[in-house]
Design a protein around this ligand. Structure first.
Ligand code: DHK
Length: 157
């Protein structure tokens, strides 16, 4: 829930990110999702923001979470994982949510297989951070909060 005066930032992670740490660590790093969330929570506390975390391996559940975020969250950090490259439904839900969003990836998809070089959301997010492992989520939080402050405070409602 949103605390008075503190922006609520929702983190949404897509399929296979629940097994970070053991999943291709040479690509995605050794941090687990719990490790990343711990770092993000500490950073959010320092920056005066409140966090909410969601991970699903199911496209429809991600769509529903984004729909619920409309008018509720002030900002969104999203890693659609494999759905990045395929999901029109997640793009549509992001547009419905109407919340400033940062796209984050642990790896740098642009330096990998050709099918990872497209994103269905790249043109509807504020910006993208890729290639810095779990630390990218902290960078995304910081960049998003700075954007919200520059844009005149809390947005998305
Ligand atoms: C995560 C995945 O699961 C891949 O399917 C994407 C992304 C890249 C990442 O680097 O975080 O292609």
């Amino acid at each position: 829930m949103k605390k008075a005066g503190r922006p609520l930032i929702l983190f949404v992670d897509g399929p296979n990110l629940n097994v970070l740490g053991t999943r291709e660590p040479e690509v995605y790093g050794k941090m687990t999702l719990a490790d990343i969330r711990r770092e993000v929570t500490l950073a959010a506390r320092r920056e005066g923001a409140v966090t909410d975390f969601f991970q699903s391996n199911h496209e429809g559940e991600i769509v529903e979470k984004l729909q619920e975020a409309r008018g509720r969250a002030d900002g969104l950090v999203i890693n659609p994982a494999g759905y990045t490259h395929t999901s029109v439904a997640i793009r549509d839900a992001l547009l419905y949510a109407g919340i400033p969003a940062v796209e984050v990836h642990l790896s740098n998809p642009s330096s990998r297989e050709p099918f990872r070089r497209t994103s269905t959301i790249e043109d509807v997010v504020v910006g993208r951070i890729a290639g810095f492992g779990g630390f990218g989520y902290v960078l995304a939080l910081s960049a998003l909060l700075n954007h919200l402050r520059e844009a005149g405070g809390v947005a998305g409602r």
